[in-house]
Design a binder for this molecule. Sequence first.
Ligand code: NAP
Length: 499
Amino acid sequence: MEENGVQKKMKETIFIKMYEPSREISKKVMEKTSTDTLPLTMIPPEEQETVCIFGTGDFGRSLGLKMIQCGYSIVFGSRNPRTFSLLPSGAEVLSYSEAAQKSDIIIIAIHRDHYDLLTALTEVLRGKILVDVSNNLKMHQYPESNAEYLAQLVPGAHIVKAFNTISAWALQSGALDASRQAFICGNDSKAKQRVMDIVRALGLTPLDQGSLLAANEIENYPLQLFPMWKFPLYFSAILCVFLFVYCVIRDIIYPYVNEKKDHTFRMAVSIPNRVFPIAALTLLGVVYLPGVIAAILQLYRGTKYRRFPGWLDHWMLCRKQLGLIALGFAFLHAIYTLVIPIRYYVRWRLQNSTITQAISKKENPFSTTNAWLSDLYLSFGILGFFFFILLGITSLPSVSNVVNWREFRFVQSKLGYLTLILCTAHTLIYGGKRFLSPSSLRWYLPSAYILALIIPCTVLVIKFILILPCIDKTLTRIRQGWERNSKGSKSALNGQTDI
Ligand code: NAP
C-alpha cells in the first residue's frame, strides 16, 4: 500500500501536531489538546489499523484526531478532498469512493439528511462495517432509526450504531470530561466486536445494547434532558411554593390582620427554615409511599405477575431523585438552623425575656421535661440527618456498584425507614402539645408541621401493618411467585383462548 508524504512524516515522528482550531471548537481547547497528541499506544506503523471516516466536519475531525492519537491510521472521505483544512496531521483525505476502498471499517460522520450520497457507493461498501454515529434534532423524528435507515440504503453492509453519545467536545478535551460510555448495537456480532475494540482503544467503555433494533433508543439518549428528574423537580417546586404561601398566610398575613404586627422579615429565614424541613420530610415519605402502595396492590391482586399502573412504575423509578432532592432540603434546614443564634430577632427576644423576667422578678423554673424533649428533638434530628446522608451516599453509582443487591436493599430499605422514623419523631417532638391545641389554628389552618407529618405517618402506619407476620408471610409468598388465583386465572386464560 502506498503512503503519501503526510502519512510518512507522521509515522517517522510519532508526535502529532494540531492544525489551526476549527470553527466551532474554540482555539483554547485545541491548544490544550495539542499537549495530548502523543499516541496513547505506540503501535508500529506497519501494524496500524486503517479506519475510514466519511465527513470532515466537527465530529469526523475530532474522532479522527483521537484515533490517530491511539495509533490508528485514518483516511477521510470528503466531497472536496483537495480543499480540506483543519484536519489532524497525518490523516489522508480522499474522495468518498476512494476512501471507502482503503478500509473495511467506515465511520459515517455525516448527517442522516445526506446519507443519500451513500447509495451511489453501494457496491464499494458491500461487506464493509459502517458505523452510524448520527443523532437527530428531535426524539422520534423519523419512523425508523438512522442506523436502520442506513441499513436499508446500503443493504450489503454491516451496520453498527456507536459513538453517538460521545460529543466532539468530549473527544477533543484530552481528559474526557463527559461520559465515557459508548452505547453500541448491531446485527452482526463480529462487526460489533471490531467496533467495540476501537471504542476500548479510545479509552471509552463500550456498552453492548444488542441488535440494531436498539438504535432508536440509543439515538434518543443524547436528546434526553434529565428524564428521571422532571417529576421530582416539578413536584418539589410545587410543594415548596405551596408550603411557602401556606406559611406566609399563617405567620405573616394572619398576625398583620389580627394584631397589626409586621412580621414580613420572617420571609428571609424563619419561613424558609419551615418550608425546607417540611419539604424534606414530605419528600422522604414520598420516596417510600410507592413501595407500600405496590405492596397493597400485590396483596389485593394476589400476584406479582400483573404490571403496576404506569404512574406507579414511573414514581418508583424516580425514588432516587426524590430522595436526593429531599436530602438537599435537609441540608438547607441544617444550615438555616445553625444561623438561628446569630439572628437579630432571636437575640432580641432572648434579651427581652431576660429583662422582662428581671423587672417582674419572676423566675422561669427549669423544666426537666422540656430539657428532655429539646434534647430528644435535637438528637433525633442529628441522627436522622446522618442516616439521610448515608442513604444519599449509597445511592451514588460509584458506591452502589461495590455493594451487592442485598446490601443495597438493606441500606435503602431498612436504613431508609429508620431515617423516616427518626425524622418523623424529630418533627413530632418539635410540635409537641402545640399540634393538637386548638389555639394553634389560624383561620382554621393548622400548623405547617402537621402537613409535614401526613405522608410520613401514613407510610409508617401502612408499613407497620404490612410487616405484621400474617400479612408479611402472604406478601413474601407473592413476591416469591405464588399466586392466589393461579388455578382460576389459568382457567380464565383457557376460556379466553377458547373464545
Ligand atoms: P458537520 O460539522 O456538519 O459535518 C458533517 C459533514 O458531512 C460535513 O463536514 C461534510 O463533510 C459531510 N457531508 C456530506 N454530504 C454533505 C452535504 N450534502 N452537506 C453538508 N455536509 C455534507 O456535522 P458533525 O457535527 O461533524 O456531525 C456529523 C455526524 O456526527 C452527525 O450525524 C451527528 O449527528 C453526529 N454526531 C455529532 C456529534 C458532535 O458533537 N458534533 C456528536 C455525536 C454524533 P465533507 O465536506 O468532508 O464532505
